[in-house]
Design a protein around this ligand. Structure first.
Ligand SMILES: [Zn+2]
Length: 405
């Protein structure tokens, strides 16, 4: 049996560092041509070409431009899934970089170009030591992470449907971030990211003259009361150690000073760090909205639109993967986070089905001040590219150890 040792894990890092120029070239090529949503044909073509160059056989999704490929080990065993998302964001890049986006209004501002390059880098590291693999590595390249539920589409297309004995027993994803120092792995067990759901509410009253409100049903004070009551509901009904955030980010009603409008429109987001609090807050929003509208004879048309579920890192897999990352990088580079990040991720759908984890790879350029470094989703975000070697090595190390037999 060819069990990878700590030495061979640090050799993976050395190998990934030696390959960094090629990884950087690939990343910059992807960075110039970002695409948004579920349909990423140019990105898919690059991923397919790179997989074929490694001797792998890419499989294409039918509903979207997803790609999967399998690295088959020399011996039988289960499957580990490694995931990279591939989509950009609808904003205009203002980094001034030589390889900045050439697609107007579109930018790889969340670093998904880096995720693709890191996972292909890991694939290159994993193709060589097939003798050390009992089972297989399933590479998942998904479109549509930024709000389009791309991972869910891939699950519905049978991503995890493997024959008995080859089941996916672990799933692992890395996300680049300028929140953390370059070259670190940043993680926590349990909730890692939160659920993000959306409130869309129309309060229907009866319009009329602003001088005679008693002859109308004015939706504006109803809206104001609801906005404040939602904040009171969160502080009075939600455990502070299992937190929730409600932000009403948009209100729209009326046209001028002497008209009471027919309707008021209110929308915002709900963030929760557990499925239990998520359900409790949804029920609370409905109760507050329905109760206040009823109290004022207004009609509530409320939609709570589910976004991504809570991203929950399996504690055992998380301890395993953090240990492997520490062996690969040195324990000083692996940092346990005190609290979840209030963003959301559709890798959560995969983690609902398979024990696994998502970790961050720190990529804040060393010269940047942590307090002011542009964050993911900023039009000025710049990632420190050498961190890609860390990501590629950790992906590969986690897969090798999981499948060591
Ligand atoms: Zn992202």
């Amino acid at each position: 049996m060819n069990m990878p040792t700590a030495d061979s894990l640090s050799a993976l890092l050395a190998d990934a560092r030696a390959a960094l120029p090629a990884t950087v070239d690939l990343r910059r090529r992807l960075h110039r041509t970002p695409e948004v949503g579920l349909d990423l044909p140019a990105t898919q073509a690059i991923v397919v070409e790179e997989l074929r160059a490694l001797g792998l056989e890419p499989r294409l999704g039918s509903a979207t431009t997803s790609v999967t490929a399998v690295i088959e080990g020399a011996r039988p065993g289960p499957t580990i899934l490694l995931r990279a998302d591939m989509d950009g964001l609808p904003l205009t890049e203002e980094t001034g970089l030589a390889f900045a986006s050439r697609a107007p209004g579109t930018m790889h501002a969340c670093g998904h170009d880096i995720h693709i390059a890191m996972l292909l880098g890991a694939a290159r590291l994993l193709v060589a030591p097939r003798d050390a693999i009992a089972g297989r590595v399933l590479l998942m390249f998904q479109p549509g992470e930024e709000g389009f539920h791309g991972a869910r589409v891939m699950l519905e297309e049978g991503l995890l449907d493997l024959p008995a004995g080859q089941e996916v027993t672990g799933a692992f994803a890395l996300h680049i971030s300028t929140r953390y120092a370059s070259g670190t792995i940043d993680y926590r067990p349990g909730p890692m990211l939160v659920a993000a759901d959306f409130i869309r509410l129309t309060i229907r009253g009866r319009g009329g003259h602003a001088s005679a409100p008693h002859e109308t049903i004015d939706p504006i004070p109803v809206a104001a009361e609801i906005v404040l009551a939602l904040q009171a509901m969160v502080t009075r009904r939600v455990d502070v150690f299992d937190p929730a955030v409600i932000t009403i980010a948009h209100i729209d009603a009326g046209t001028t000073t002497n008209i009471i409008p027919e309707t008021a429109f209110v929308e915002g987001t709900i963030r929760t760090a557990s499925e239990a609090t998520r359900a409790l807050v949804h029920a609370g929003v409905r109760r507050v909205v329905d109760g206040i509208c009823a109290a004022h004879d207004a009609i509530a048309e409320l939609e709570i639109i589910p976004g991504y579920p809570v991203t929950i890192n399996d504690p055992a897999f998380t301890a395993f993967a953090a240990g492997v990352a520490a062996e690969t990088l040195g324990s000083g580079a692996v940092v346990e986070l005190a609290s979840p990040i209030m963003g959301a991720e559709d890798f959560s759908y995969v983690l609902q089905r398979v024990p696994g984890a998502m970790f961050f790879v720190g990529a804040r350029p060393p010269e940047e001040d942590p307090a002011t470094a542009p964050q993911n989703h900023s039009n000025r975000v710049v990632f420190h590219e050498p961190a890609m070697a860390v990501g590629a090595a950790v992906y590969a190390a986690v897969a090798l150890r999981h499948l060591a037999g």
